[in-house]
Design a protein around this ligand. Sequence first.
Ligand SMILES: [Zn+2]
Length: 273
Amino acid sequence: MENLIAKKLEALLRLQAIDSKLDEINKVRGDLPAEVQDLEDEIIGYETRITKFNDELKRYNEEISNNKNAIKEAERLMKKYEEQQANVKNNREYEAITKEIELQDLNIQLANRKMREAAAKLEKKEEQIDQTEKDLAELKINLQNKRKELDAIIAESTEEEEKLNKERDKRSKQIEERLYYSYNRIRSNARNGLAVVTVKRDACGGCFNVVPPQRQADIKDKRKIIVCEHCGRVLADVEEILVQATEKTRKGTAAAAKKKAEAEAKVAEEVAK
Ligand SMILES: [Zn+2]
């Protein structure tokens, strides 16, 4: 007689085994994919900053050159006024020209001050660009290394990952939609990615809380899908591990070990089915 529930539980266990292997692959990759992404984002940020700094640099250079021109123009006017001053006919004219000369002198002082300020800003900005470019170069080396590391890990596991994903597609289609949905929901809420577990040493294999004997008997019966009352994971089976017996009976160690081996073989056989 075929037990439909047992088949469903077996399918879930197989899917869980595949997902756990995929989880393991992702764990090996660890934070590397995220680190690479962060570095790429950071590099874009630095490049944008350097472009902005260079724009500012251009503006300061323009300011310097504009003020240089202003000084030249003021000096030219001063020279002209000084020549005019030598040929004035009266005091009033002399004073008017003197005022013009003083004004140009002020203009020159102002332009010089602005030029010095722009030059100071320019120097500071150049230092900033220099430092940012150094930081950027470091980031790029860092990224290169991380990418290499990630590529190597991915190359190592890609084949297996693809195989597992194909297998996963096949297996998941064999599970009814509602059950598959529940499986994914439980899995996404579980920290260790386990949605389907077995009872081991009288405890839930997901949260390690004790599963009472009657409940274990129901699980073994496989007449309905039973979930752990503590964590909500599906309890698909009870694994008979006779460790306690081995510890208790020193005299009967050999016998217990034999019994244990038999039990484990039985479990292995069931899993392989
Ligand atoms: Zn549990």
